[in-house]
Design a protein around this ligand. Structure first.
Ligand code: C2E
Ligand code: CA
Ligand code: CA
Ligand code: CA
Length: 278
């Protein structure tokens, strides 16, 4: 039994060691990803459920690793947040998204682009100037940019977050609470933060019509949005039944595979054309 315990111990150490090396390698690779052109953005259409029009797009980051293939953002964003490289990457995302917004506007597609802003980015001293400066350089009206922030951003340093988000919002940028209901939700945040949109996390939408709790949580968020005058966005809509339910229940905006997965810009343009012809 002793022997077995020892083996187990060694196995444990070896696997942790492997994990640390893996992660170090990932960090090294990620630090070069930008300059090696391995990052790109895809855009997921956001649909107005009443008018059935595409009103905007969420920009989502993709990393094409030469060996590992496509690395999911849920895996590498936390790494980038941990070592600070999210600051440079996030700025690049913002610039790419603004460039795309400009290209689309020039083609007669004045879409609002939603960009995910990490808590680490929000708490940078220069973030407000960085964002406003980028809009100016790319000649994008502030109303065409939406920033998606999670409740984590409010927790770390609430007064700092409030001050910065107020400045950004006063400049005309709209703000969404992402993954609403999954973090440390507090109604105090909603009262203090100048937000306009609540995004219902896809974990509540997935079993919306199967699981009673999910139905009630979704209903509650929609009602909360209505009473606080916030636009509610459902993410992860995958079926016609979910779309129908959300529309009837008064949810204003939706995104999800039922409409489209996140797309490269050219495919996005084709999608909009075909969707509006229907
Ligand atoms: P998120 O902001 O909550 O984004 C929604 C995720 O749901 C995206 O995953 C999207 O591709 C996926 N999704 C969309 N429709 C459906 C659907 O119908 N069903 C299902 N099952 N999933 C759907 P993705 O692109 O893998 O991104 C994962 C997370 O990574 C994002 O979650 C966001 O937190 C983070 N992320 C992505 N891009 C960026 C970025 O540029 N900056 C930062 N800070 N975070 C990012
Ligand atoms: Ca998001
Ligand atoms: Ca989410
Ligand atoms: Ca998220």
């Amino acid at each position: 039994a002793k022997q077995k315990g020892k083996d187990h111990f060694q196995f444990y150490v070896a696997s942790i060691d492997q994990e640390i090396r893996d992660r170090k390698q990932l960090e090294t690779d990620l630090s070069k990803a930008l300059s090696l052109n391995q990052l790109h953005l895809v855009y997921q259409p956001q649909i107005n459920l009443e008018t059935k029009r595409v009103i905007g797009a969420e920009a989502l980051l993709r990393w094409e690793h030469p060996v590992r293939g496509l690395v999911p953002p849920d895996y590498f964003i936390p790494v980038a947040e941990n070592n600070g490289s999210i600051v440079g990457i996030g700025q690049w995302v913002l610039e790419q998204a603004c460039l795309q917004a400009k290209l689309w506007a020039d083609k007669g597609l004045p879409l609002r682009i939603a960009v995910n802003l990490s808590a680490v980015q929000l708490h940078q001293n220069t973030i407000v100037d960085d964002i406003l400066g980028t809009l100016k350089r790319y000649d994008i009206p502030a109303g065409r940019l939406e920033l998606e922030v999670t409740e984590t951003s409010f927790m770390t340093n609430m007064s700092d977050a409030v001050a910065k988000l107020h400045t950004l919002n006063r400049a005309g940028i709209s703000l969404a609470v992402d993954d609403f209901g999954t973090g440390y939700s507090s109604l105090t945040y909603l009262k203090k933060m100048p937000v306009q949109h609540l995004k219902i996390d896809k974990q509540f939408i997935r079993d919306l019509l199967v699981n009673k709790e999910d139905t009630r949580i979704t209903n509650t968020i929609i009602d909360l949005g209505r009473s606080l005058n916030l636009t509610v966005v459902a993410e992860g809509v995958e079926t016609a039944e979910q779309e129908y339910y959300l529309t009837q229940r008064g949810c204003k905006l939706a995104q999800g595979y039922f409409f489209s997965k996140p797309l490269r810009p050219a495919d996005f343009e084709t999608f909009v054309q075909e969707f509006h012809e229907k």
